[in-house]
Design a protein. Structure first.
Lengths: 129, 483
């Protein structure tokens, strides 16, 4: 069973996505913020990470991604960022290219609220590759 | 003018006594005050002692002649004495020569009284013109002085640059804004203005046709935000330079920044509950939980809570907006704090019971009058009591105490809840601040409650403080002036 870590400070988004993904056969771990997320990663290596952008700070999601990428054992774990500020950051799904990936450290960025089907599709895409 | 009553004073210089006396008679009949000198030396002596409006000077005299007296008046004394040369040398050359020496007119000997009167009247007219011009120049100078004082007392900084882009005037405000002392030969570069402003200045100076357009730009200069306006300065339709006006808009700018930040925080706070609700609905709509009614109910219950919290937030925002706009009319009255608090505890009893929390009020015998709008006092106490219940633990307690301290009434709201660390308490009274940790994550709140409480208390010259320890609870202390 593939393991997914959801890092989000909104308990309801967290709970809803957990239920939904568990219903689709994933094992789901949750964390309410960047610090808690990093703590979980000390003992567990998930197959994929879903992370919010604005948590403890407005850019906590970026900091989280950068810290994850510092860990060699997590280097290959896909990170999907979900944020309600995606358009404000100037990204469309098409413009999120290699360059953006290199400084944002997230593999893709989704606009909140993400339709469950789209979330599932994106997760499957990254877990197959 | 030599005499206050407007009588003109005339000096007659002639070496022939008959001539002198003749002229005096004619002039005195025309109401002039007349002094006589029989040679150049005497004339100079009189000129040193007195100021003359007119001088009639014989050209040919032994010793110092008329030319020299004329030169003396114009060059050494610099008096505004109108000189008429009296001479028998009626040649064009002589006339030109005396005019060159600074004489105004020429009277040819011999002459009849009428000739003398005509020449003197002309000279008197000239004298009047000179006086008027002087008066005008004095006024102009004082006007300039006034303009300068006006510019110096302006709230805005002013820098004037000439057509060669050299600063020619800077008022003290401009010197202080730009941290530059004005000195001659100061260059535009030394003013430390941005490239954009310098370009705007050059644009105006180098344009072929004079322009009326004003360039406005805001920039940071030192710790100020300045609004800089570059105005063309024209003289007779030609570009003559540039006037740069510097206005300190730091406070305004900060307020705008705060507002922008506030609005983007509000947008985020409004989006979060909606995103959570839509997320639940989306999941329910996938149909995957159609056979698990309790799961659906759970999601709907959470959606309802988030929706209600969103309503609370909108209500708080509207309240903030109303108080910002000064729309809330206050009905300030004398209120007995003990009674108000007992009412509030009664109101919260049901909610406290559900959470197993004991409410109590401790107050020594006596009265605790305060002067507030009842709605404001309710808002303060409801927020604090509601927080004390929300952030408490199962089976905990919430204790209110009232005390009299000098001229103040002090209310303490003490809970036995989750408490806060030093770090978490920082910014507790800021708008949209919420303590975020695992034990608070399920508790709904707008992040505006304590900010509003602090704001209201401030309006009544009171204060609020917090003391807290993680795991032990928090105590909020409100101090209000006693009525």
């Amino acid at each position: 069973m593939k393991k997914i870590l959801i890092v989000d400070d909104d308990p309801d988004l967290q709970a809803g996505q957990k239920d939904y993904l568990e219903g689709h056969g994933y094992e789901v771990l949750t964390a309410g913020g960047m610090q808690e997320g990093l703590q979980v990663l000390q003992s567990t290596a998930p197959d994929l990470i879903l992370v919010d952008l604005m948590m403890e700070h407005y850019d906590a999601g970026f900091v989280f991604c950068a810290k994850v990428r510092e860990k060699p054992e997590l280097a290959g774990v896909p990170i999907i960022m979900q944020t309600s500020a995606r358009d404000k950051l100037g990204f469309t799904p098409d413009s999120y290219d290699e360059k953006a990936r290199s400084w944002m450290k997230a593999d893709t960025i989704l606009s909140k609220p993400v339709a469950p089907e789209d979330l599932l599709k994106t997760i499957r895409q990254y877990l197959q590759g | 003018m030599s005499m206050m009553d407007g009588t003109l004073r005339v000096l007659v210089v002639d070496d022939e006594e008959g001539m002198r006396e003749g002229m005096r008679r004619v002039l005195e009949r025309s109401s002039f005050q007349v002094d006589l000198a029989e040679n150049g030396e005497e004339a100079i002596k009189l000129l040193e002692e007195n100021t003359y409006d007119l001088a009639l000077i014989d050209l040919k005299m032994p010793g110092i002649d008329g030319f020299e007296v004329t030169r003396y008046i114009n060059e050494t004394l610099g008096h505004q004495t109108v000189i008429v040369i009296v001479s028998a040398l009626a040649t064009v050359e002589a006339a030109m020569e005396v005019t060159r020496q600074g004489a105004f007119d020429f009277l040819v000997k011999p002459f009849v009284p009428k000739d003398l009167k005509q020449v003197v009247e002309r000279a008197a007219r000239q004298h009047r013109l000179i006086l008027e011009r002087e008066k005008y120049l004095t006024e102009l100078a004082s006007e300039r002085n006034l303009s300068r004082q006006l510019i110096n007392s302006m709230y805005e900084g002013v820098v004037v640059l000439n057509i060669n882009r050299e600063p020619v005037l800077m008022n003290p405000k401009a010197e202080s804004f730009l941290s530059v002392r004005y000195k001659p030969q100061l260059s535009l570069q030394e003013l430390g203005l941005s490239e954009e402003i310098v370009n705007a200045i050059d644009d105006i100076l180098q344009s072929d046709s004079p322009r009326d357009e004003v360039r406005i730009r805001r920039e940071h200069v030192g710790d100020r935000m300045l609004e800089i306006r570059v105005n063309p300065y024209q003289r007779e339709g030609e570009n003559a330079g540039v006037i740069v006006i510097l206005e300190d808009v730091t406070l305004q700018w900060q307020a705008e920044q705060d507002k922008t930040r506030f609005i983007s925080m509000v947008a985020h706070e409004l989006k979060s509950p909606i995103a959570a609700i839509i997320n639940y609905i989306n999941i329910i709509l996938t149909g995957m939980f159609d056979d698990q009614v309790e799961k659906i109910h759970e999601m709907m219950e959470r959606s309802k809570i988030r929706g209600e919290a969103l309503l609370d937030l909108i209500r708080d925002l509207l309240f903030l907006n109303q108080s910002d706009a000064g729309k809330v009319e206050k009905a300030i009255e004398k209120l007995e704090l003990k009674g108000v608090l007992l009412d509030q505890l009664e109101f919260f009893k049901a909610q406290a019971d559900r959470n197993g929390i004991t409410l109590s009020l401790e107050a020594p015998e006596g009265e605790y009058p305060v002067r507030l709008d009842r709605k404001d006092l309710d808002r303060i106490t409801m927020n604090l009591i509601s927080n004390g219940i929300k952030y408490n633990r199962e089976g905990g307690s919430l204790t209110l105490t009232i005390q009299q301290e000098g001229e103040s009434v002090v209310v303490k709201v003490r809970d036995t809840g989750i408490g806060m660390s030093e770090e978490e308490m920082k910014g507790l009274f800021a708008e949209f601040y919420r303590v975020k940790n695992p034990s608070t994550s399920g508790i709904p709140g707008t992040g505006l409650g304590l900010a509003t409480v602090k704001r209201i208390i401030g309006e009544y010259n009171g204060s609020i403080q917090v003391d807290s320890r993680p795991g032990e609870g928090s105590t909020f202390t409100v101090t209000l002036p006693r009525a």
